[in-house]
Design a protein around this ligand. Structure first.
Ligand code: ADP
Ligand code: MG
Length: 447
């Protein structure tokens, strides 16, 4: 019996059918998704909940596999049916042999900016012009959509003004359907289990909403723009590779309204707001150290997976109900709809070599971690107060570094300074930072 240790909440996929369960056992079909509730003492069995039916029961560990990671593959597309600039004639050839409801979308050659939905019906291919006006798309000037993904989703469910319901996408050659790949690996969630609530935050690329998924409180990031959603998809792949107590956990995604990214809910919000609203009077030094340690541990794990964050800052640290700090937005940091524009980098957090030569590494993350430490011990102040961005870069090269925040322990200030070594190789690793913080906490408890 292989020993597996799946903590509660782990998402697993069943390996085969089990249709005649004994009492207390769960019935399932190959490929069903279940959530681990708890291990059954020493038996190689788990109590699980079926993700579709919500039923609970026992299941042998040998019948389960953990869901797999998604590979960041440029061929993975949210819009595999999008063929770009091809002519009407080429579209007709693509849609052979005829099959009712087989479809693709192309860019209009005659009307730049517009699209054409091409649908096979009877023996013909019908071309519908999709007019792109004021950021909306429409075929019939009655139904409007904010992006192609929504439009296709709509006409797959409803015939509307077109000849037939869309049935089968014709993928562009070499493209893989993200939806299928996500479903296969077990990361596609079901819209019908999701209830959305209030808005809890506004991200750069879309709103963050509170919600519930099969009884669990969740946070949902909605990315409406199809191009951004596609970029996020590549980066969401990073989130499928990791699991750690100090990294915000991805539950899965839903392809609806662009893209929904469903994450664990962090009830106490981001670290900047947490510290600013409570302040010195309510947050003891020990708690500050614990936050710093949480982040260092999460980052040590990311480093071990060879993942670089690029946007480590207190605004991207979230706090759970139990005051555990977790790193978020990892792997998403590289999504930049305006291209690799250096002017959009978070200058005050970014290491000099990353700013100047685009050299991002775990060591440039360590620099950012130093700034984050400063933010923590100043209870959420903005770094380099009173300095303009341009001044910061210049002063750093001349050897200037921020002063310690008021009341900051000297050992912690020394840690910050070590993160701000100009030479990346001289900065500590996240493992080293973890050890130093543990020592510091022990010291604090001993006195
Ligand atoms: P972006 O990085 O795209 O600008 P964030 O992911 O930082 O957006 O989210 C914006 C805000 O939404 C956060 O500062 C936080 O207050 C809230 N938020 C994001 N994710 C969660 C979550 N998992 N749980 C609770 N609140 C969240
Ligand atoms: Mg963020």
């Amino acid at each position: 019996m292989p020993t597996k240790h799946w903590p509660p909440g782990t998402q697993c996929v069943t390996k085969h059918d089990h249709t005649k369960p004994k009492p207390r056992e769960l019935a399932f079909r190959k490929g069903d998704m279940v959530t681990i509730i708890e291990a059954v003492e020493g038996k190689g069995w788990y109590r699980v909940r079926h993700n579709e039916t919500g039923q609970e029961g026992l299941l042998a560990a040998s019948a389960l596999r953990e869901r797999g990671a998604i590979r960041a593959d440029p061929k993975l597309s949210l819009m595999p049916w999008f063929h770009g600039k091809i002519s009407g004639l080429e579209a007709v050839q693509e849609l052979q042999p005829p099959e009712d409801g087989l479809f693709l979308v192309r860019e209009s050659v005659r009307h730049p900016g517009d699209y054409v939905l091409c649908v096979s019906f009877g023996k013909e291919v019908i071309h519908y012009r999709v007019v792109h006006e004021e950021n909306t798309l429409s075929i019939d000037s009655q139904q409007y959509f904010s992006n192609l993904i929504d439009m296709i989703e709509h006409y797959m469910n409803e015939q509307g003004a077109i000849c037939t319901k869309l049935v089968k996408p014709k993928p562009k050659s070499g493209m893989k359907s993200a939806e299928e790949e996500l479903a296969k690996a077990g990361w596609l969630l079901n819209l019908k289990h999701l209830t959305l609530g209030d808005r809890i935050g506004q991200g750069e690329f879309g709103d963050v909403l509170q919600g519930e998924y099969m009884g669990q409180r969740v946070a949902v990031k909605n990315i409406k723009c199809d191009v951004t959603a596609q970029a996020f998809l590549a980066e969401t792949a990073a989130m499928t590779k990791v699991r750690h107590k100090n990294l915000v956990c991805l539950l899965g995604v839903i392809l609806h309204n662009g893209l929904y990214i469903v994450m664990e809910f962090m009830s106490k919000g981001n670290l900047v707001n947490f510290l600013r609203t409570r302040g010195r009077a309510l947050v003891p030094t020990q708690q500050l150290l614990l936050f710093a340690l949480d982040v260092a541990q999460g980052m040590d794990y990311l480093e071990s997976k060879k993942l670089v964050h690029r946007d480590l800052a207190a605004r991207n640290i979230l706090i759970s109900e139990e005051n555990v700090a977790k790193v978020s937005d990892f792997g998403l940091a590289r999504v930049n709809p305006k291209g690799a524009d250096a002017t959009l980098l978070p200058v005050k957090w970014t290491a000099p070599e990353a700013l100047k030569h685009n050299k991002f590494s775990s060591k440039s993350d360590v620099w950012s971690y130093g700034i984050l430490l400063w933010e923590i011990f100043s209870f959420g102040r903005a770094p380099y107060p009173k300095l303009a961005l341009k001044e910061v870069t210049e002063l750093l090269e001349q050897g200037y570094r921020m002063d310690p925040p008021e009341g900051c322990p000297p050992t912690i200030y020394a840690l910050m300074k070590s993160c701000w070594e100009l030479e990346p190789g001289k900065r500590p690793s996240f493992k080293k930072l973890t050890e130093k913080l543990q020592k510091e906490l022990k010291h604090l408890r001993d006195i």
